[in-house]
Design a protein around this ligand. Structure first.
Ligand code: SF4
Length: 561
């Protein structure tokens, strides 16, 4: 089976020491990216690690596809114990860093320990150096980029950094790369902050050799010639449909349709888009550089999820206001989904929906943990009692936009996802939206036959994250399993097994931290017919105990020892 090449670089920030570790067996068993990082974390992070303590380890990893010429591969993976969910979490970012990372010759980098003073680590194919950076305390993402460019001649594409939110241990702080791209979900930016690591750069000229089948060029051509609406509107193309099917969380989940949708839908974003945006090597180019000169707002996005979190969920009907929230989150380094949802929780508590001035002020306060911002920086699961609102999260991760009350299979998928209320874990919504899923559509309502399909889709998404391949390749890859077989040189059962192994390792790690069936739920579980039966079916397909735990030692764990 195709897999990443190159050893692990382990960086100990406490000792300012590095080690190169061969991981051939792990790469062979887990392909790369999220699989390799998950296996390493399972092996090397204590099960009782404090997410914000030096014993937690952060992994960055690419896969074999970062050596390809194929579209949809300008992405990479980050993994650590999440300060938001308290479980193992992987996050995935686009941009241009993955190729520079691969050029160092490493397939994975581990960051262990913690530095007493703020540092930047520079990784090249020849050396690793540690740069004290106390003067960057509190620096925003653009300020760090400016510093690295001026001092080291490396542009934003080479940098992964945190803003003030990461330093201030905001539990949904993101790691930013290429300035506006985020390892967003799960608060991995706070893990970097807890380690005193302001930024890490990658540069080199030693990419490992990986032979990718010629199919890569066919897919690349299709991406270039496709007239898919995402090329104009990105993920916001689905906004009107989501609203139509009552799948658009509104006013902190108290409603499911937003009357102001026309002000924040895909067309409104397209009107503000001023040029094409993409990730490295991707001809699909679905990104959304937007600006509004009159109001002095310039950002990349908002994506659909941000349109929900800072738009309908906050009752904001002006796309420029949503763009400004997006811009602030990128500058301070915070996940737009969690930040927007948490602000929505605050607006619910203050009866202040639609107050854009308060929204933008609150985002700034969260990043700096000032006043109410200090409470909100803990995330919805930890602050909802104090605010007097419902806890709209799963396993501590607040929900993404695709609404499980409208798309019941996605509801089940949120419940069982190891990462929590996360749409990307299985992207099951894509198989329930009639216009997106085509032949493979499931009805939106009910759970009949969906539990095995959720497990199957989770496995395929995990495989993509091992690859590392973008979710938005779905029309050209996920929907055509024979192509995945050709690309990875393995049959579909083997590919499913790789994905299942990753999901099981995550589950086993989280079980050791106390997660079980009680955590596999959503606030509306009682409203979905057959929810508990579907949960039983899901565990049965996975071969897990009926309390949601993994029996004995995970099979995948033993395989790579
Ligand atoms: S499809 Fe979009 S998000 Fe995915 S790699 Fe291409 S430009 Fe990036």
């Amino acid at each position: 089976m195709l897999h990443a090449q190159g050893p692990l670089l382990s960086i100990d920030l406490t000792e300012q020491a590095t080690k190169t570790v061969p991981i051939d067996d792990i790469r062979r068993a887990f392909v790369g990216g999220r699989g390799v990082a998950t296996r390493l974390a399972h092996q090397r992070v204590p099960f009782d690690a404090d997410p914000l303590g030096p014993e937690n380890r952060l992994y960055l990893a690419t896969g074999p596809m970062q050596q390809s010429m194929m579209s949809f591969t300008g992405r990479m993976n980050a993994t650590a114990v999440s300060p938001l969910t308290d479980g193992l979490a992987s996050s995935n970012a686009g941009g241009f860093m993955s190729r520079h990372f691969a050029d160092t010759g490493y397939s994975a980098v581990e960051i262990a320990g913690a530095s007493d003073e703020l540092v930047i680590v520079h990784v090249t194919d020849e050396e690793v150096s540690f740069e004290p950076a106390p003067e960057l305390e509190g620096a925003t993402v653009p300020e760090v980029t400016e510093h690295v460019e001026a001092e080291h001649g490396l542009d934003a594409e080479h940098i992964a950094t945190i803003g003030p939110a990461g330093e201030n241990l905001v539990r949904f702080a993101s790691i930013m790369t290429t300035e506006s791209r985020a390892f967003g979900r799960g608060g991995l930016g706070a893990v970097m902050g807890s380690k005193g690591l302001k930024a890490i750069t990658f540069d080199g000229d030693s990419p490992p050799e990986v032979e990718i089948p010629p199919l890569q060029m066919e897919i690349h051509r299709e991406a270039a010639t496709s007239d898919h609406i995402m090329k104009r509107q990105g993920t916001t193309a689905v906004t009107d449909l989501a609203n139509e099917v009552e799948g658009m969380p509104t006013r902190y989940w108290s409603e499911r349709q937003f009357e102001g949708i026309e002000g924040i839908n895909g067309d409104s974003v397209e009107q503000k888009k001023y040029k094409k945006g993409t990730c490295s090597q991707c001809a699909f180019a679905c990104k959304l550089p937007t600006k509004d000169e009159a109001r002095g707002v310039e950002t990349e996005g908002p994506e659909f999820e941000t349109v929900m979190a800072f738009g309908s969920n906050c009752a904001v009907d002006d796309i420029v206001d949503v763009m400004h929230s997006n811009e602030l989150c990128d500058i301070y380094g915070m996940d737009t989904i969690s930040c927007g949802n948490t602000v929505a929780a605050y607006l619910a508590s203050e009866d202040a929906f639609g107050d854009t001035e308060l929204i933008h002020e609150t985002v700034e306060k969260i990043a700096h943990r000032e006043g109410i911002g200090d409470t909100l920086a803990e995330g919805i699961a930890r602050c909802h009692d104090e605010l007097g609102v419902e806890n709209w999260s799963v396993k501590g991760l607040d929900f993404a936009a695709h609404e499980g009350r409208a798309l019941n299979g996605q509801g089940l998928a949120y419940a069982v996802a190891n990462r929590g209320g996360d749409h990307m874990y299985s992207t099951f919504y894509a198989w329930e939206y009639p216009l997106v899923s085509g032949d493979q559509a499931f009805p939106k309502e009910g759970l009949e036959g969906k539990a095995p399909a959720v497990a199957e889709q989770e496995n395929m998404r995990a495989l993509e994250d091992c690859g590392v391949i973008c979710r938005f390749s779905r029309a050209m890859l996920a929907g055509k399993p024979d192509r995945l077989e050709t690309l990875f040189d393995a049959d579909i059962d083997e590919l499913q097994a790789v994905g299942a192994g990753v999901v099981e390792l995550e589950r086993h790690f989280n079980n050791q931290r106390g997660f079980d069936r009680d955590d596999d739920t959503v606030p509306y579980a009682g409203m979905i017919d057959g929810f508990e039966t579907a949960l039983d079916e899901y565990y049965e397909v996975r071969g897990w105990n009926d309390d949601g735990t993994v029996p004995d030692e995970p099979a995948a764990d033993a395989a790579a020892d």
